[in-house]
Write a protein of this length. Structure first.
Length: 264
């Protein structure tokens, strides 16, 4: 494990990686591997426990079962190469000075990390993680609509539409979900997340759905953005061919991308 002392997000990912591998982590071991103090590790573990990602025990922590669609931190480690391929492909769509909307998905988090060097962005997001990322590591102006915090997803849901109404058009909207189909468009397991994504997409000139191949044919409940409102769908080359063909037959282009290894 590479020491990542100055980056809380990277430390959290490293901790969860160790937890995946060993089933349990020990504070003193993590402190040595990460190059930080035991106090810092305990604070990181406390923050992760507050988001229901793990359960602290004497001297360390063990995994905690996830609920709903899974915690943000857990989902960040799933299908990383696919999500990074999508992010790499769509990042050139965003230019200095653009106004963009990004939802609270982990795929959009991969995209956001590729947009930090853009100058003068205005970022509209319901993601607490993205709001922090852009405010700390870029010069972007960040609009975080008010609402209720969903701890596991690290998102804000609620009256997003009321906040955005009459504020002008957004150049590009980037959304993801738990599933996609020709009949229902992009879908989510949580109703409030689906509503928030629908509100975010509404003022956008272009709306891009970013979904790795596991989302094609996946079970989901609530429609967020219908196909008719999508500019394009971006996925990886393992997406179900029949599902892709149905979406393209409905008039929405689907870009399938080759994947590769993601740096640790």
């Amino acid at each position: 494990m590479v020491a990542v002392a100055g980056d809380e997000f990277s430390r959290s990912q490293a901790i969860l990686g160790e937890l995946d591998h060993h089933g349990r982590v020990v504070v003193t071991d993590l402190a040595a591997k990460l190059g930080v103090s035991p106090v810092t590790v305990r604070k990181d573990l406390q923050a992760l426990e507050e988001r229901s990602v793990l359960r602290r025990v004497r001297g360390g922590a063990v995994a905690a079962p996830g609920g709903d669609e899974g915690s943000f931190e857990v989902r960040m480690r799933q299908h990383r190469s696919e999500k990074d391929a999508i992010a790499r492909a769509v990042a050139p769509l965003v230019h200095d000075g653009d106004v963009v909307a990004l939802d609270s998905s982990t795929t959009c988090h991969h995209l956001a990390r590729r947009l930090l060097q853009r100058r003068g962005l205005v970022v509209v997001t319901n993601s607490l993680a993205l709001a922090s990322l852009f405010s700390e590591r870029s010069d972007a102006r960040v609009l975080l609509p008010g609402g209720v915090v969903r701890r596991a997803a690290r998102s804000v849901v609620g009256l997003v539409g009321d906040v955005l109404a009459g504020r002008g058009r957004i150049d590009h909207g980037f959304i993801s979900g738990n599933g996609i189909s020709a009949a229902h468009g992009v879908m989510d397991l949580a109703l409030e997340e689906a509503e928030a994504k629908r509100y975010l997409a509404g003022p956008c000139r272009q709306v891009h759905a970013l979904l790795d191949s596991s989302k094609f044919g996946a079970f989901s409940l609530h429609a967020s953005v219908p196909l008719a409102d999508l500019t394009a769908v971006w996925t990886d080359d393992a997406a179900d061919a029949d599902a892709v063909a149905e979406i393209e037959a409905a008039g929405v282009p689907v870009h399938t991308l080759a994947t590769g290894p993601v740096p640790a």
